[in-house]
Design a protein around this ligand. Structure first.
Ligand SMILES: [Zn+2]
Length: 458
């Protein structure tokens, strides 16, 4: 190899200037700080146990706004502010009733139904109807008029052969998000879905549905995978099985709420921003520990770590708790709108919304050059078990920041257990491992350190 070429290669990897070594040391310091001193686990405990769940528009959500604001004030960030948005106000109401009414084998069978987020209620009169099972949206569409006046039972499982569980989720979740309107367009009375999880257990999973504004709204509930299996078995022996459902969910008028933002001011490029965080709202069951208390607490911990290590950022760093990811995405949209209208420039944003599990890498979307820069830093993280830098992705809340040309990055933790807890009463503080949560926080802080130091070279 020619000497000049070697110099160019080494320089482009930063080796000539001691960059690799000093950065490796700094990243080690960051991991050490988090793994030794981080209060993140206690902060998550407080959010889960003292604040509790926090669906948009609830008193829990308001308490979470105040708690995270106070926490960032306590850490003495340069600025802490609330950014106003309007959010939907969906309420579950009284506990759902769901039962098979006419099983020849078992008589009346009580099921544990959980209304899907954004669902309407049946009211006191309830809905009674014959049930018809389908394995997918496409199958429902093929059945066409046979669905009229029926309760459609979507029983498509998450594909267990996909190692990328989020891909399996992406396929199966269409039943939940679009299933009600597809069935209603064909004259169905209501829908029931098999919970979107790979686990076979007794836990129903909620999550948002989206009504097509042109189509009549019908009620929608989830049942556990075990009860879905039971229902499917009974249907094979008895095609005229009927179900009664009753629930009192309703969508009330929008309410004011907030994104919560903490900031460390940049010393050289104060108008260049790097945002890091998660969504503050959760569902109204469980404690929103993995989804997404973990991501919120990690975002705050990144800035806390910078302060603890006395690192003065060149660019402005923001910990952002986005509101309303679950059933509207208003926080993500509102934050980008606010930021762009203030002529801010986000060079990158990192969202953690795949649970507080052990980190494996980062997903990204951006220009080829941006992604190349991110991948060039992979070797800094390999000693900490992060190898996966090739997958496309980002996050629902940071997506709108693409209008500023930001590199969008998602923390990519191990995904094999996430959907056991997702949107259920099992997503509680005890389901999060302290060490795994901290490793995610440290990995995000290490990446923010590199993004801040080198920028995106746009
Ligand atoms: Zn989430």
């Amino acid at each position: 190899m020619k000497k000049s070429l070697l110099i160019v290669l080494l320089a482009s990897h930063g080796i000539l200037f001691g960059q690799n070594k000093s950065d490796s040391i700094m990243i080690k310091n960051i991991y050490n700080e988090v793994l030794t001193h981080s209060p993140i686990y206690e902060n998550l405990r407080f959010l889960c146990k003292e604040v509790g769940n926090r669906v948009s528009g609830s008193t829990g959500a308001s308490a979470a706004v105040e708690y995270t604001r106070q926490l960032m004030l306590k850490y003495d960030f340069d600025t802490v502010f609330l950014q106003p948005i309007m959010v939907p106000n969906w309420k579950r109401g009284a506990k759902e009733i769901l039962k098979i009414t006419n099983s020849k084998k078992l008589g009346t069978v009580e099921l544990n139904g959980l209304a899907l987020g954004n669902s309407i209620g049946t009211g006191a009169k309830g809905v009674l109807g014959e049930i018809i099972e389908v394995g997918s949206i496409e199958e429902a569409e093929l059945l066409g008029p046979k669905i009229k006046d029926k309760i459609v039972f979507y029983n498509g499982p998450m594909d267990p052969t996909l190692l990328e569980t989020f891909s399996a989720y992406g396929q199966a979740v269409r039943q939940r998000s679009a299933g009600a309107s597809v069935a209603a367009a064909l004259g169905a009375k209501a829908i029931i879905i098999r919970s979107i999880t790979q686990s076979l257990d007794d836990v129903p999973h909620t999550g948002s549905l989206r009504y097509d504004p042109k189509i009549k709204q019908i009620p929608a509930m989830a049942i556990s995978t075990k009860q879905a299996a039971l229902l499917s078995r009974l249907l094979k022996d008895q095609a005229d099985l009927s179900i009664y459902m009753e629930n009192y969910a309703e969508m009330l008028p929008d309410l004011p709420s907030f994104n919560v933002v903490g900031q460390l001011n940049g010393s050289e490029f104060p108008n260049e921003f790097i945002a890091v965080g998660g969504h503050l709202d959760s569902w109204d069951v469980g404690e929103g520990a993995h989804d997404d208390g973990s991501g919120c607490m990690q975002g705050i911990d990144v800035l806390r770590t910078f302060k603890a290590l006395d690192i003065t950022p060149k660019r402005s760093l923001r910990a952002v708790m986005w509101m309303n990811e679950e059933n509207g995405g208003r926080g993500g949209k509102g934050y980008a709108k606010y930021s762009t209208s203030h002529n801010e420039n986000h060079i990158a944003a990192i969202e953690s919304d795949r649970g507080g599990f052990v980190p494996r890498g980062f997903t990204s979307s951006g220009s080829d050059q941006q992604i190349k820069t991110l991948i060039s830093w992979k070797s800094f993280f390999e000693p900490y078990g992060l190898h996966d830098f090739d997958k496309k992705g980002g996050g629902a809340d940071i997506g709108p920041l693409s209008e500023q040309g930001a590199l969008l990055i998602g923390l990519l933790p191990d995904g094999q257990r996430y959907f056991r807890y997702h949107h259920t009463n099992q997503d509680v503080f005890e389901a999060v491992d302290r060490r795994e949560l901290e490793l995610g926080s440290a990995s995000m802080a290490g990446l923010v350190y590199l993004l801040d130091k080198y920028g995106m070279g746009k």
